[in-house]
Ligand binder design. Structure first.
Ligand SMILES: NC(=O)c1ccc[n+]([C@@H]2O[C@H](COP(=O)([O-])OP(=O)(O)OC[C@H]3O[C@@H](n4cnc5c(N)ncnc54)[C@H](OP(=O)(O)O)[C@@H]3O)[C@@H](O)[C@H]2O)c1
Length: 243
């Protein structure tokens, strides 16, 4: 397992941390000795996360709906801590079908695009100063921005189910690539990650990978992210995904 000593990222912020992959990333990051700011949109309902925060002083909870920039801005402005790793994990699936799926309505499409693309952008925009602020403490090591995308956003591996989710994840991966270019001169490395098909509310019970295996693999990939590999799109085991 990657240890804190192998990895200069000591303070981590994770969005969508109240369940699924985000909760497991929080649990494992704290077990590795990271200080974790676990974000979720309704902290009062986040019972598992609250229990984790109560038993582990490294975990603190921050209310954050990634779609709502007018709220994110003041929250970020009042957030007084430096960050080493920012994980944009919050995501929604929206409609599961294709062109004729009535679930693909304007409400679901707006939610999918605003959460999976706009949410990544707003989170990165307003917490970038905190990543940059950590640079002195980190020395040569980069700040890291990890975007949880999906291989369903790969145009090489396209399919016709969850068509707007696919489009949103293609955009999220594209955003990661653009941010890798924009932040290259600031010693901030950016990666896009496919977490596997994971047993969560989104992935379902039949999924192939446990949240623990996915989160463990992702944390190893985040630790391996460097300025040389910035812009990478890979899965939780380190296998490159075609765009
Ligand atoms: N599971 C898979 O097989 C799989 C595969 C590929 C990629 N992914 C990606 O992995 C990430 C995590 O997915 P998961 O499987 O853990 O899904 P999940 O169990 O459905 O969890 C999604 C998380 O995102 C949060 N979220 C949704 N909308 C939000 C918003 N507007 N603001 C803040 N948080 C919000 C949810 O919070 P609430 O409880 O408040 O809704 C929840 O914590 C997502 O980006 C997903 O697209 C998952």
């Amino acid at each position: 397992m990657t240890k804190i000593n192998d990895n200069p990222a000591k303070r981590v912020m994770i969005t969508g941390a109240n369940r699924g992959i985000g909760l497991e990333l929080t649990r494992q990051s704290a077990a590795m000795g990271y200080e974790v700011i676990a974000c979720c949109r309704t902290p009062m309902e986040a019972t598992e996360l609250m229990a984790l925060a109560l038993e582990n002083e490294l975990v603190s909870i921050l209310g954050l709906d990634v779609r709502v920039e007018r709220d994110i801005k003041p929250i970020a402005a009042g957030f007084g801590r430096r960050l080493d790793l920012l994980v944009c994990n919050a995501g929604v699936l929206g409609g599961r079908g294709g062109l004729q799926d009535p679930e693909q309505d304007s409400h679901n499409i707006e939610d999918t695009l605003m959460t999976n693309v706009g949410g990544v952008f707003f989170t990165a925009r307003h917490f970038l100063p905190h990543l940059l602020a950590g640079s002195e403490e980190r020395g040569d090591a980069p700040g890291r921005l990890a975007i949880i995308s999906s291989q369903m956003g790969s145009s090489t591996r396209c399919g016709s189910n969850a068509i707007m989710y696919r489009a949103s994840k293609a955009a999220a991966t594209n955003l990661a690539r653009s941010l890798a270019v924009e932040l290259a001169d600031h010693n901030i490395a950016v990666g896009a990650y496919h977490p596997g098909w994971v047993q969560t509310e989104m992935g379902g019970k039949e999924a192939a990978v446990t949240p623990a295996d996915s989160a463990g693999g992702l944390l190893r990939r985040f630790a391996a992210l460097s300025m040389e590999t910035s812009g990478v799109f890979e899965d939780y085991t380190g296998v490159a995904i075609p765009f």
